[in-house]
Design a protein around this ligand. Structure first.
Ligand SMILES: [Zn+2]
Length: 235
């Protein structure tokens, strides 16, 4: 803990004095984060660091495996963070950020290693769909490293699907107020890939072109003539 306490001391003594005005303004005006980022709790994956964001920029929720449990009547930390970000803070973008070398995905591939971690095993149930996709839809003889990477990528897509089951998210998407993003951070290269919903694949984020979006806002509210049939009209 010595390094952490030293960091606190440096922050308070050296960094904070130069940022006090900014912190005071954030208290006075309240937070208006640009996005909600749901990332893995892995110590090497810091959303603030990889996006070079500062205090007030991101509303962050981290857990083992960057998982979003599907909506249910049971209360949960991730569900509450999503609802608060969308309804109270009005965020316009939600990012689910997976990463390379993810320990949670290794656990998913080797459930026998989770014998002494019943909570982790239960939590990873929310990623079972990704595991089934890789087991049944990918080539059998895949290299374990490739399989692990494929699983982490598919897990991002599965969690995007889970995210859409949350009423606050579904309503904001239908109202054209929200965009969903699926990212994958490669620790070894520093590159971030983004899931392109139109093409159904991950592509590198290149600042020269627009950022690929998993789901763009598409206002499809029923107009009077379409009331009751807007789902058909959208197809
Ligand atoms: Zn991870």
């Amino acid at each position: 803990m010595d390094g952490i306490i030293q960091g606190l001391s440096n922050f308070r003594g050296t960094v904070f004095p130069g940022q006090q005005q900014m912190y005071r303004q954030l208290v006075r005006d309240g937070q208006q984060p640009q996005a909600l980022i749901i990332a893995c709790a892995d110590s090497r994956v810091s959303p603030e660091h990889i996006t070079q964001s500062g205090p007030g920029d991101l509303f962050v929720c981290r857990n083992a495996g960057n998982i979003v449990p599907p909506f249910s009547q049971q209360n949960g930390g991730v569900s509450s963070a999503i609802e608060y970000a969308v309804v109270a803070l009005g965020v316009r973008d939600i990012v689910i950020c997976g990463h390379s070398d993810c320990g949670a995905m290794k656990g998913l591939m080797n459930p026998e290693a989770l014998g002494s971690m019943p909570n982790v095993a239960a939590w990873l149930r929310h990623s079972h769909a990704a595991n089934r996709i890789v087991c049944e839809a990918y080539p059998e003889g895949m290299d374990p490293k490739e399989r692990h990477r494929a699983l982490a990528l598919e897990n991002v897509v599965v969690q995007l699907n889970n995210l859409r089951t949350h009423p606050s998210v579904a309503a904001a998407l239908a109202g054209g107020k929200l965009r969903l993003h699926g990212w994958f951070f490669e620790i070894e290269s520093g590159q971030v890939l983004a899931y392109c919903g139109e093409r159904g694949c991950f592509v590198p984020i290149d600042e020269a072109t627009s950022v690929p979006v998993a789901q763009a806002p598409a206002a499809r509210l029923a107009t009077p003539e379409f009331a009751g049939s807007h789902v058909l009209a959208a197809e």
